[in-house]
Write a protein that binds this ligand. Structure first.
Ligand code: NAD
Ligand code: IPM
Ligand code: MN
Length: 368
């Protein structure tokens, strides 16, 4: 059996900086465990635009389709703000998600004990927090047609996006959420706006249908997404798995990030249907962006990207023990008090650099 293949797309801004630390972790696993990957690297986002005039070359798309897993850093930045919409860095990422059909985006928010005092919420609200947001990733208002900006024939313009979901799009992401719940605390909360949107009514009905027909053993509740946002910061530990649409999931997961202390802590896995070899099509990426405000300064927290690799070990390669080992190493360095500036607040005294944090995590993995 050849080694499984990993395609690394570092992207822009802090993307390459945090990915360099993931590479150290990958090297540790190949040196100390029988876990070796064929690693290839390519361009995405602004970096791809600079070289090819497109945020994702067709050849890169083809490599991503064939890889056993893709790891992505982040895309975007002020340098590309004025580009035509069609070639903006973010379009490269959206094309990967759409063409690989990565419909289930798993965004776990866990509060490490060492950071419980650093969250913007009180310790007892977040201590022990462990929730999983399942965000639908290939449909909804991100992709619905019609869309665009046009003249309104009255001297003004009109911008249009369409929030649209089909039965099957809702059912398949609901199944992902119920499957995950069965391996956790067996509870799913579905969030939509069925009080104002037809697509929200369909969402609620179809999630309920999947529950009643296929997962009656899992506890299912429904919440309007605005109220859900409020509950997420009021009493986040009431949730186990949250399933929601593309846009609500984007917003709710950034909010959930702050429960854990920093956006620099939150990993994600974007999963599609199983390939011939039984592995799901998969792309792993931190929830954060390219952080132009700190790029190039050694200030980025690499933990979100490293934990995204831990998710790859678990969800693509069935290496749950190795994923747990890596998470344990992250927990250990946080317990030792190592902090990148985002985990220190205003003063940022005694912060470690991106690279020092990566080195410490590798050291915590041990001699093997
Ligand atoms: P952002 O996530 O890049 O940054 C928001 C804030 O969080 C910034 O203050 C940043 O310094 C901080 N931050 C983010 N990640 C961090 C880390 N690992 N360590 C320490 N601090 C971190 O969001 P933004 O500023 O709104 O967007 C910047 C660019 O990134 C935009 O072009 C946006 O489209 C893009 N973006 C890309 C992705 C992605 O590639 N998946 C996700 C979100 C935003
Ligand atoms: C994310 C980002 C992306 C999104 C952008 C960069 C396309 O915010 O991954 O959360 O909106 O999905
Ligand atoms: Mn986002």
């Amino acid at each position: 059996m050849p080694n499984p293949s990993l395609l690394i797309l570092p992207g822009d801004g802090i993307g390459p900086e945090v990915m360099a630390e993931v590479r150290k972790v990958i090297a540790w696993f190949s040196d100390h465990r029988d876990v070796a990957f064929e690693v290839a690297e390519d361009l995405v986002g602004g970096a791809a635009y600079d070289k090819h005039g497109t945020p994702l070359a067709d050849a890169t798309m083809a490599r991503a389709q064939k890889a056993d897993a893709v790891l992505l850093g982040a895309v975007g930045g002020p340098k590309y703000d004025k580009l035509d919409f069609a070639v903006k860095p973010e379009r490269g990422l959206l094309r990967l998600r759409k063409e690989m059909d990565l419909f289930a985006n798993l965004r776990p928010a866990q509060c490490f004990e060492a950071l419980a005092d650093f969250s913007s919420l009180k310790r007892d609200i977040v201590s022990g927090l462990d929730i999983m947001i399942v965000r639908e990733l290939t449909s909804g208002v991100y992709f619905g047609e019609p869309r665009g900006i046009a003249d309104d024939n009255e001297g003004g313009r009109v911008g249009t996006n369409t929030h649209r979901y089909t039965t099957e799009e809702i059912r398949r992401v609901a199944r992902s959420a119920f499957e995950l719940a069965r391996k956790r605390d067996n509870r799913v909360c579905s969030m939509e706006k069925s009080n104002v949107m037809e697509a929200g009514i369909l969402w609620r009905e179809e999630v309920q249908w999947v529950h009643d027909e296929e997962y009656p053993d899992v506890e299912l509740t429904h919440m309007l997404a605005d109220s859900g946002a409020m509950q997420l910061v009021r009493r986040p530990k009431q949730f186990d798995v949250i399933v929601t649409d593309n846009l609500f999931g984007d917003l709710l997961s950034d909010a959930a990030a702050m429960l854990t202390g920093s956006l620099g802590m939150l990993p994600s896995a974007s999963l599609g249907a199983p390939m011939e070899n039984g592995r799901p099509k998969a792309l792993y990426e931190p929830v954060h962006g390219s952080a132009p405000d700190i790029a190039g300064q050694g200030k980025a927290n690499p933990i979100a990207c490293i934990l995204s690799f831990a998710m790859a070990l678990r969800y693509s390669f069935d290496l749950g023990d190795e994923a747990t080992l890596l998470k344990g190493a992250v927990e250990a360095v946080l317990a030792q008090g190592l902090r990148t500036p985002d985990l220190l607040g205003e003063e940022g005294r005694d912060a470690v650099t991106t690279s020092e944090m990566g080195d410490a995590i590798v050291a915590a993995l041990g001699a093997g």
